[in-house]
Design a protein around this ligand. Structure first.
Ligand SMILES: [Zn+2]
Length: 219
């Protein structure tokens, strides 16, 4: 895609409530530590209070101002990693009061969430992580899915984001950790450093997953 891509930072209470209800129903870990031990109603009141604060509604603007100096370089690095143009021109990043930050890869309207409870450097890390996922889906997803199926593709698409730690070392202050995929992440990083060819790393990782990673129901 010609020209540079952009992230629009937004707050939409509807989107945050959707995430809240998802978290309450499916995903207990996504409740911020601040809300642990509170009843659903108490959490709701807290969220309503947070939403009503000016600083919260202004927060997307503050993030935008901090993100601005990085944006061009950020997308250039992503392009270089994938050796492909950025798949979308516009991304929406919605603020959420949860720690769960889902992403929705849609062809014309890709969006993801960033957590109010994260620091700005850590929000930048979320951005890198989610955009990396979307690039992966845009250029490699179908191929990888056909080779190893949905579950293993998801596993790979999480593990391979370790490349962010390496390539954004000087741009962001924080690194993302993922203890559950430590071994394969070590493998991926090692392969990546050899000649920084993503397709090659993906092929090797697929072999690694087939031979070394056990999934539920497999022996
Ligand atoms: Zn992820």
């Amino acid at each position: 895609m010609k020209g540079s891509s952009r992230i629009n930072f937004l707050f939409d209470p509807k989107k945050d409530w959707e995430n809240f209800f998802y978290v309450i129903k499916n995903d207990k870990w996504g409740i911020p530590p601040e809300f642990k031990g509170l009843s659903e109603n108490e959490i709701k009141k807290n969220i309503q209070f947070i939403h009503s604060q000016n600083f919260f509604r202004d927060y997307p603007k503050i993030i935008r101002e901090n993100w601005e100096p990085f944006e061009k370089r950020f997308f250039k690095i992503i392009e270089k990693i994938f050796n492909k143009p950025i798949a979308h021109r516009k991304y929406k990043a919605y603020l959420t009061t949860m720690t769960r930050c889902p992403y929705f890869y849609k062809k014309n309207d890709p969006w993801f969430m960033i957590s109010f409870y994260n620091s700005i450097p850590s929000i930048f890390m979320t951005i890198a992580h989610e955009i990396f996922h979307m690039q992966f889906h845009a250029y490699l997803g179908e191929k990888v899915r056909n080779m190893i199926g949905e579950l293993k593709m998801d596993y790979l698409s999480e593990a391979i984001t370790v490349i962010i730690n390496e390539e954004f070392r000087d741009l962001f202050l924080s690194v993302q950790r993922d203890p559950s995929r430590e071994k394969i992440r070590g493998f991926i990083l090692n392969e990546w450093k050899k000649n920084k060819n993503l397709e090659e790393v993906v092929q090797k990782s697929i072999k690694y997953i087939k031979n070394k990673v056990k999934f539920h129901g497999e022996h």
